[in-house]
Structures are given as C-alpha cells and as structure tokens.
Design a protein around this ligand. Structure first.
Ligand code: F6P
Length: 359
C-alpha cells in the first residue's frame, strides 16, 4: 500500500506523550510502509481551516521527551459546531472532509481524549477511514486500561503530595491538594494512594463535610497533628453541585471545574479551628516530559494504530488490554466515561489503609 498519505492530529488538552505518539505514527508509517505523513495543525481547527504540514522522519526526531504537541491542539474547534468571527456555531464538517481530500489523506489518526474521539466517531459518517489513539491525564476513556499522560500526571501528583507532607507535618496543618480529572477520580485515587493521602475525595463518591471533619479529628486523637487531603476537581458534597471555575463558551465541553479544594480547606478551618491550606496543582499536571510508562504506551499505541490502517481496520481505537494494544470500536470507546467504582480494588486498598473517602 505504498503511495498512501496519512494524516495525524492532536485534539483537546495537551498531555505528556503526545509527541511520542506522533513520532511513533510518523516513523512507522514511513519506515514500515513508505507512506507520507501530514500533520494537521491545532487539532480540528487546522482540519477545518486547512492548515497542515508534511511530517518527515527528521521532523519527528528528538521529540520523544518533549511535553505538549509539536502539532498544536485546540479544545474549542468541533467541525460539527464551529464558531467563526463571533457568529453562532455551525456544521462545517464538509469543509473538514474537503481538506482531507485536498491533501489526499486516505487515513486519519486522531489522538485525543473523550471530546476529540467523540468528534472522530461522528466524522466516520463522512470519512470512514479514521483511527483513534487514546490520550488524557484523566484516564477516563472506556475500553482501554490506560490512556497515556495519566502516569506522568500521577507521578507529579505523588511527588507534590510528598513535598506538601513536610509543611503539613512541620506546621501541624491540614493540607488540601486539588488535582485534575474532570468527572473521574482516577488521578486523585491513584496519585492520592501513592502519595499516602489520609483523605481522598473523588466525584464518584460524593462526600460529607461532617465525615471529613470526623476523619481529621480521629487522626488528631491518635496523635496525628496533620492531615493530607487529596481532592479531585470534580469531587462534590452529596446532594450538591460541582465547583465550577469557568465556562468556556465556544468549547464543546464548556465547563471547567475547580475550587472544591479551597472550599474543603475553609470548611475544616472554620469548623475545627485547625489551620488549613489548599494547593491547586492545575496545569502543572499536564506539563513536563512523559514518564517511562507513558513513552512506551504512546509509542505502542502509535505503532499499533499504523498497523490497523495497513490492514484497513478503521473506526477503531488502539486500546491497552492485558499488556497488549488491540483494536476496539471507536463507537464503544466513546459511549460514556470510564469512572471509578465504589468496589474498585484501589478504593478497597485505600480503605484497608484507613484512608477516608469522606463518607
Ligand atoms: O481533560 C484534561 C483536563 O486537564 C482536565 O483534567 C481538566 O478538567 C481540563 O482538562 C482543563 O481544561 P483547560 O485546559 O481547558 O483548562
């Protein structure tokens, strides 16, 4: 199948490992198959507005350790609801498909999370030669055991908790660390467990302020004069709404969560008099060089995705299952979010260690 041109784009929030995946797709396409590779700039924005560039072997050399994406990304541009010059959003998906034709692209690799891959799934009705590659620090994509970006983010969260421990211990404070993850608690659960958080609050287990206070007091009674609370940005008290930080109007997923950490810290200080501070780790979790695990995962995904294209297996997403990268239906992978369940083995592990979930 020499003579083929494949396209690649990165959409949604950046995360460590995107460049490793771009490199793997490009090198495998060139070396294994002799294909040409076109990088589409700024995700679907470049696809809609016709911006792309050819990617050579040299273009993807030395990018493996880099964070971010050399192609740029956008989490605002959906071909099905695109705002131009301040006008109401409209469906410009035909224009996106025209650009693919103009560039002679006969297979498109979309690297993204739930938002980007849901758009890719929708695009299949107009251009059926798409393959998804799953990335997101949130690890909330269905059908795959892990997305790349998650491991690096959790390493950062763990190291941050380690650092905050010193201040918590020295000042006898309650230190609250707010982490990302949108509506999924994976980063808080896994980062919190690895960092030894005393209380972990996740969206899937709505919390009670009273139970958090109880847990802090319980620790005090045992002589522990400090507590570390790891709270997911999507955690919320039972019966209440998410803490919303910002609405990004022209984004397909406009809600940006944030602020629950401050609320928890303020509540504890007000009700117990125990000095409390909140730290929001924010976008630091998405930065930096990918971890060993994320490099291997992103590379494996990229190479597998190219092999699916070579076998004309489209409408698929590369997924991690028991250590292997396998094709799964894009349709199923984007049919909802992968969330933490109350009986998940890591929830049970945390409970066995005396960690409170604020319930
Ligand atoms: O999906 C990745 C993520 O970092 C979420 O964890 C977070 O809620 C969101 O993106 C932040 O988006 P933005 O970069 O638009 O503020």
């Amino acid at each position: 199948m020499a003579g083929r041109t494949v396209g690649i784009l990165t959409g949604g929030g950046d995360c460590p490992g995107l460049n490793a995946a771009i490199r793997a797709v490009t090198k495998s396409a060139i070396l294994d198959h002799g294909w040409e590779v076109r990088g589409i700039l700024d995700g679907y924005h470049g696809l809609i507005t016709g911006r792309s560039r050819q990617l050579s072997y040299a273009d993807v050399s030395n990018i493996l350790p880099l964070g971010g994406t050399i192609l740029g990304t956008s989490n605002k541009a959906s071909p099905f609801a695109f705002s131009e010059n301040g006008k109401e959003p409209s469906d410009v998906s035909d224009r996106a498909v025209e650009n693919l034709k103009r560039w002679n692209i006969d297979a498109l690799f979309c690297i993204g999370g739930d938002g980007t891959l849901s758009i890719a799934r929708k695009m299949l009705s107009k251009f059926d030669r798409i393959i998804g590659i799953p990335k997101t620090i949130d690890n909330d994509l269905k059908c795959t055991e892990q997305t790349f970006g998650f491991d690096t983010a959790c390493n950062f969260v763990t190291q941050s908790i380690d650092r905050i421990h010193f201040t918590a211990q020295s000042h006898h404070r309650v230190m609250v660390i707010e982490v990302m993850g949108r509506y999924a608690g994976w980063i808080a659960l896994e980062g919190g467990l690895a960092g030894g958080g005393d209380i972990i609050l996740i969206p899937e287990i709505p919390f009670s302020y009273d139970r958090i206070v109880d847990a802090v007091k319980e620790r005090s009674k045992k002589g522990k004069r400090f507590s570390i609370i790891v709270v997911a940005e999507g955690a919320k008290p039972a019966g209440e709404d998410y803490a919303v930080k910002k609405i990004v109007k022209d984004s397909p997923d406009p809600i940006r969560l944030g602020g629950v950490g401050e609320r928890v810290a303020d509540h504890i200080e007000e009700t117990t008099g125990h000095e409390s501070r909140a730290t929001i780790l924010g976008h630091l979790q998405r930065g930096g060089s990918p971890s060993f695990f994320d490099r291997i995962l992103a590379t494996g995904y990229g190479i597998a995705a190219v092999s699916f294209a070579a076998k004309n297996m489209f409408g698929k997403m590369a997924a991690l299952r028991n250590g292997d990268v396998v094709p799964v239906d894009l349709e199923e992978a984007t049919s909802g979010l992968k969330l933490v369940t109350e009986d998940h083995k890591l929830v049970k592990a945390a409970l066995s260690l005396g960690t409170s979930f604020g319930v």
